[in-house]
Design a protein around this ligand. Structure first.
Ligand code: ADP
Length: 500
């Protein structure tokens, strides 16, 4: 791994924090309570900024603004082309400020700056352009019915959308939620994660520069049980979209049900299998399985966290996976070439170390890593376990860290059964050159995405979401629009039934 010295002396991020308040009705304002909370630099645990801490009162203010912007307008009453143009202009501004936004994202989250600047912020731009393109292409149907009726459907926005995002991809998931909601004509109150409040505030400022009317997008920072719960319980919020843990997802649904039965879409946890078949080119499989797990410090809901390897190639795979993990460059996210930065915070850091201990104690072979790295911040060594069994905690629960678990299998039926034997169903990876094997696995695996000879392909047009306890609804693509539309049936009686 890279030297600890780099970790002790972090590079100064090339950006300052300009926006640290709540964004309500187009203005940056203090929390009603006047309270703030600290957002920390995961490289050191030091304070980056004190951010206005919202509460139920602020949610009331934000929802009132969003309600007004929806009911009175102008947002849903503008032409779709006008909305589309504002979204395109916003995408241009994000593109123009790419490096500044990427630096803020990496500072707050700890992810490598090169990853933010070259992958994530460009993807944010792409998502907004994709949905800007949809805005004027959303329409209903004309439907033949029995009787003398003319029947059509209108696809209308739902209203005020409450959106709650997590800390692992703060701005990318902002884009997945805000893009389709705005394209459909909804207004929004969005809650960022308490670990990563900064980037959404910066880009929301740019959105207003692009011409977004006040009240259409409101951003309230703060904690889950206060701000998040108030948003989910609010009687004037028409829909909630949430990305986060399965545990919190259950709470969200309950709050929505107990208030006004608002529909909820959920994108939750996973324990996704990555299946390496006997015909695999082992070097390529190792590299893909490595990035499927270690990407973003292992903090991905769809991480390929159960690496199933056919017995014929198992020994070679384990040796090479170990060597690859040991070569992984861990260090300051602002240093060029860094593949892995620190974990998000002390809570996750300790949780991951507990899982690593549990792996060793339950009899898995520790091949690489197994401990923290350096003395400052939340760095963890890329860790690989082999000889992992399905009933071990590290094979069952979501670790959300840089810990690869390798399991051995003998035949296809067995690996299908084992891969599906989980409460989750977010994604799966298949590595094979055999067409029949690929065809069998793509249909047999119970997961919202099956990546074949690839992983983590997140095109704006491809729907993403979970089976089972990994959630419901799909984000991105045309499917992602459904979460933000009502269907209204219009039935008109025909005066002259002869013209049915
Ligand atoms: P994690 O454990 O990875 O932080 P969570 O599911 O707890 O994942 O957090 C994801 C998002 O959900 C964050 O924005 C968080 O503040 C929010 N959240 C947490 N608890 C609640 C809750 N009870 N009601 C609404 N939102 C919540």
């Amino acid at each position: 791994y890279s030297t600890a010295a780099a970790l002790e002396d972090p590079i100064k991020p090339p950006v300052t924090v300009e926006y640290d308040k709540l964004l309500i009705n187009g203005r940056f304002v203090d929390a009603a309570s006047g309270k703030t909370f600290k957002t920390l630099d995961p490289r050191t645990g030091e304070v980056i900024a004190h951010v206005a801490e919202g509460d139920a009162e602020d949610i009331n203010r934000a929802v009132a603004a969003a309600r007004e912007a929806f009911d009175v307008g102008p947002w849903p009453k503008m032409t779709a082309y006008e909305r589309s143009k504002i979204m395109f202009r916003f995408a241009d501004l994000v593109e123009k400020h790419n490096d500044e936004i990427a630096a803020l994202e990496s500072w707050d989250n700890g992810k490598p700056y090169e990853q933010s600047a070259n992958i994530e912020i460009p993807k944010v731009v792409r998502i907004f352009r994709y949905y800007a393109g949809w805005a004027d292409k959303i329409h209903g149907l004309t439907i033949p019915a029995d009787g003398p009726h003319h029947v059509q459907t209108l696809h209308e926005p739902i209203g005020v959308a409450g959106q709650i995002v997590p800390w692992n991809f703060p701005l990318l998931l902002f884009a997945w939620k805000v893009g389709p909601a705005l394209a459909c004509g909804n207004t929004i109150v969005l809650k960022t994660a308490e670990q990563t409040p900064l980037s959404a505030l910066l880009v929301s400022k740019l959105f207003h520069e692009a011409g977004l009317p006040p009240g259409v997008l409101n951003v309230v920072s703060g904690f889950g049980p206060t701000v998040g719960a108030a948003l989910c319980s609010h009687m004037n919020v028409d829909k909630v979209a949430f990305t986060g843990s399965t545990e919190t997802g259950k709470v969200i649904v309950e709050l929505a049900a107990k208030s006004n039965l608002k529909p909820v879409t959920l994108e939750l946890g996973g324990k996704s299998p990555f299946i390496v078949c006997e015909d695999a080119d082992v070097d390529k499989a190792v590299e893909l399985a490595h990035s499927a797990l270690f990407f973003n410090q292992g903090q991905c809901c769809c991480a390929g966290s159960r690496t199933y390897v056919h017995e014929k190639v198992y020994d070679e795979f384990v040796e090479k996976a170990k060597a690859r993990a040991m070569k992984r460059t861990v260090g300051d996210p602002f240093k060029s070439g860094t593949e892995q930065g620190p974990q998000i915070d002390a809570v996750q850091f300790k949780k991951i170390l507990r899982y690593i201990r549990s792996g060793t104690e339950s009899g898995a072979n520790l091949e690489a890593g197994g401990d923290k790295l350096g003395t400052k911040g939340y760095y963890i060594q890329p860790t690989v376990f082999s000889n992992v069994k399905d009933d071990m905690l590290i094979a069952k629960e979501e670790i959300f860290g840089p810990v690869q678990s390798i399991l051995k299998f003998k035949d296809l039926d067995e690996v299908i059964r084992r891969a599906n034997n989980t409460q989750y169903g977010l994604a799966a990876g298949v590595f094979t050159q055999n067409l029949d094997t690929a065809n069998t696995l793509m249909r047999a695996l119970r997961a919202g995405t099956v990546w074949i000879n690839c992983y983590d392909v997140f095109d704006a047009a491809i729907p993403f979401g979970g089976y089972k306890m990994s959630g419901n609804g799909r984000e991105k693509g045309e499917y992602g629009l459904k979460n933000y539309l009502q269907v209204k049936a219009i039935v008109t009686t025909l005066k002259n039934p002869a013209w049915l």
